[in-house]
Design a protein. Structure first.
Length: 294
């Protein structure tokens, strides 16, 4: 009997030690994973803005996150924005017509704001009991010397198989600066070609007016246009060719028209909705004379 108790105690201690080691390892690796995700996101963002090792990021440039939440109670629904004020964070609540319902200063560490779980806890604490705040999306307003120079937008939409996740950049007038495909499950060799430069770069330079009516055409992609989109020719020659096709619709991927249309419609929707929401947000900020960092 004594031996049995000894074995049980040893097994219990071994399990506790193993659980401690595994738990510690998970915490460390999870932190490293999140750090790597943030680093990769930053690389994509700066690349979309045209910065690289050959074109360093200016010290005067800043990225300002704007988090949008859907706030609801038993009777009504509102839009909440967690954003950077002149002195810390602000949570601004608007009704569906754009009227300001509430404006609160938020004391929270910036590192916590970057983590979704921590940020959600903070926001739900702000809206109070009886209300629920669900994260909707995140956008980034880019400034240089305090002036807006670009917007970075994340989004997801339905593809041929599941969802397609993207990040895109526009200038202050909502002309597309670049598009990156972050995730998808489209078929290799067909819909998966949405990742390729010759497809993604067709969107680059499209103005807001062009985007509104942008369509997909089932025509062969001209060879000279393909080379320019892929960057396989001299920059000066590529610029001329890209200008030549600048007002054209998007050439569909061969055998993957549905995937092509999904990206086209998804990008259009993201930009149009953002432009509409930003106008409402800017109007509310101006009317209430709320000072923000962007």
């Amino acid at each position: 009997m004594k031996d049995i108790f000894t074995i049980i105690i040893r097994l219990t201690v071994s399990c506790i030690l193993a659980a401690t080691v595994m738990g510690s390892a998970f915490i460390v690796t999870n932190k490293a994973k999140k750090h790597n995700e943030h680093v990769n996101e930053q690389k994509v963002r700066y690349a979309l803005l045209g910065y690289s090792a050959d074109k360093p990021i200016p010290d005067s440039m800043a990225l300002h996150e704007v988090y949008r939440y859907i706030v609801s109670d038993k009777q009504s629904q509102y839009i909440g924005y967690l954003l950077s004020g002149k002195e810390g964070f602000i949570f601004l609540t608007l009704d569906l017509s754009g009227k300001v319902i509430d404006n609160k200063s938020v004391e929270v560490d910036e590192a916590k704001v970057l983590e979704k779980e921590e940020r959600d806890k903070v926001v739900n604490g702000i809206v109070g009991a009886g209300k629920d705040a669900k994260f909707a999306d995140q956008t980034i307003i880019v400034t240089n010397n305090g002036e807006r120079i670009a917007y970075l937008l994340d989004g997801k939409f339905t593809g041929f198989k599941t969802f397609i996740g993207v990040m895109l950049a526009t200038d202050p007038k909502f002309t597309l600066l670049g598009l990156e495909i972050l995730e998808h499950e489209e078929d290799p060799g067909l819909g998966a070609e949405i990742e390729q430069d010759y497809f993604r770069n067709q969107f680059k330079g499209k103005t807001f007016e062009q985007l509104k009516d942008l369509d997909v055409v089932k025509e062969p992609l001209p060879d000279e246009y393909f080379q320019a989109l892929e960057g396989d020719i001299a920059a000066e020659d590529a610029a001329k060719i890209l200008k030549k096709y600048g007002d054209k619709d998007i050439y569909a991927l061969t055998g993957a028209t549905i995937s092509s249309r999904s990206v086209n419609n998804g990008v259009k929707s993201i930009v149009k909705k953002f432009a509409y929401r930003l106008n409402i947000l800017d109007t509310a900020l101006a009317e209430q004379k709320i000072e923000v960092a962007f």
